[in-house]
Ligand binder design. Structure first.
Ligand SMILES: *Cc1c(COP(=O)(O)O)cnc(C)c1O
Length: 397
């Protein structure tokens, strides 16, 4: 019975061109990957600033591994919390302008753990429909009433909360930069809505942290929003910081509460100290080498101008995430395969990761790409646009 069920699901995925499997890639400098014997330009990486290979970040990792060993050996509240974790949490609090920060092993665990610690079955959780899967799963696990509001529709959110009239404790949760669309949540409007309704606002800045804001402090900083405005701030290390792990930052009281109540914090082994050390080195590089963020912005501008000239259906994104909407899963796969044949690695993102009929290429740009790399991508897309024109002009959800 079980095996038949798995086989049925797999057969369906194949039939719908939705079957996926990981491939073995070796990451190389300069936004390149080696696959088998071939070198490809990587337009799929979330390592937006190329920090995973940065000499200072690697040196910090190696030095800490030599000094402290590889594993933390226990959870934070037992004996796993070492000087590197402590130093990283202090650096994160200072960098984000929050009282205190708490490190989690992954962004998934931070999101799920924080939501489950904050809300219960008598509460209301409002989430943008395009939020990351970890936010959705976290909310479902609380047993709270869950309302997924239409993407970006803060007016709808405000209307519903006004109608409800503060009868239920409410948590509003949003991606700050949407991971499949690249657009930025209207945080000032969300802050105002949360205030007006005495709701708590939590943002997941996985893709804004390190990129947006004066020194890369993230999307809240880009809007000039303080801890009072955005009381629960999540950031991750696996994207722009080029390492691994995540954090939540906020008031002393909030963090102390989470230390007691966030189960994925309490019941898991602390990050390897070397990962904490490397992450702190990454934070220092962010401040010290603003030219990396400037290079990324130049590539984003180049891409957007080129894509507009080609008439591609792109979304209004000013972040490194630059989707090209193609409609059907088959078409997205076709384009992705053709680009790969031309030496360009670009992921086809298909349902259920994105809504039906919005299958897309998810291009990510990094500071490691050269202008020539982006030019090559544009040239290849121009050829595909001529050979395989759109049947539907769907511009996304
Ligand atoms: C990647 C991502 C996460 C998960 O972070 P990990 O550290 O990789 O588990 C959470 N939220 C968003 C929006 C993400 O893109």
């Amino acid at each position: 019975m079980w095996v038949a069920r798995w086989a049925k699901t797999l057969a369906e995925r194949h039939a719908q061109a939705l079957h996926r499997s990981p491939r073995v890639l070796t990451l190389l400098p300069g936004a390149r990957v080696r696959q088998g014997g071939r070198e490809l330009i990587n337009f799929c990486s979330n390592d937006y600033l190329g920090l995973s290979l940065h000499p200072a970040v690697r040196a910090a990792f190696v030095a800490a591994a030599d000094r402290y060993g590889v594993g933390a050996g226990a959870s934070h509240l037992v004996t796993g919390h070492g000087p590197e974790h402590e130093a990283l949490e202090q650096a994160l609090a200072a960098f984000t302008g929050r009282d205190r920060a708490l490190v989690f092993s992954t962004g998934w665990m931070a999101n799920e753990g924080v939501i489950r610690a904050l809300a219960g079955r008598h509460d209301l959780i409002c989430q943008d429909r395009l939020n990351h899967a970890s936010l959705l799963d976290g909310a479902l696990a609380t047993g709270a009433e869950l309302w997924r509001y239409p993407h970006g529709d803060v007016a709808a959110l405000a209307a519903r909360l006004a109608e409800q009239g503060k009868t239920k404790p409410t948590l509003i949760v949003t991606d700050a930069v949407f991971s499949m669309d690249g657009d930025i949540a209207d945080l000032p409007a969300l802050v105002a809505t949360a205030r007006a309704n005495e709701a708590l606002l939590m943002i997941d800045d996985a893709h804004g942290f390190g990129i947006l804001g004066p020194e890369g402090q993230g999307t809240a900083a880009a809007f000039g929003l303080s801890q009072d405005d955005v009381p629960v701030l999540i950031g991750t290390f696996g994207k722009a910081l080029g390492t691994f792990g995540a954090f939540v930052a906020g008031s002393e009281l909030l963090i102390d509460y989470l230390v007691q109540c966030a189960r994925p914090y309490i019941y898991t082994t602390a990050l390897p100290p070397a990962v904490a050390a490397a992450t702190r080195a990454s934070l220092e590089v962010l401040t010290r080498e603003p030219e990396r963020r400037a290079a990324l912005q130049a590539r984003i501008r180049q891409w957007r101008e080129g894509a507009a000239q080609l008439g591609l259906t792109v979304l209004p994104s000013v972040t490194p995430i630059q989707p090209v909407i193609l409609g059907s899963a088959e078409r997205a796969l076709r384009w992705s395969r053709a680009l790969e044949a031309a030496g360009l690695l670009v992921a086809a993102i298909r349902p259920p990761t994105v809504p039906a009929a919005t299958a897309r290429l998810r291009i990510t740009l990094t500071a490691e790409h050269s202008a020539a790399d982006v030019e090559r991508l544009l040239t290849a897309l121009a050829a595909l646009q001529r050979e395989d024109p759109a049947v539907v002009g769907h511009a996304g959800a």
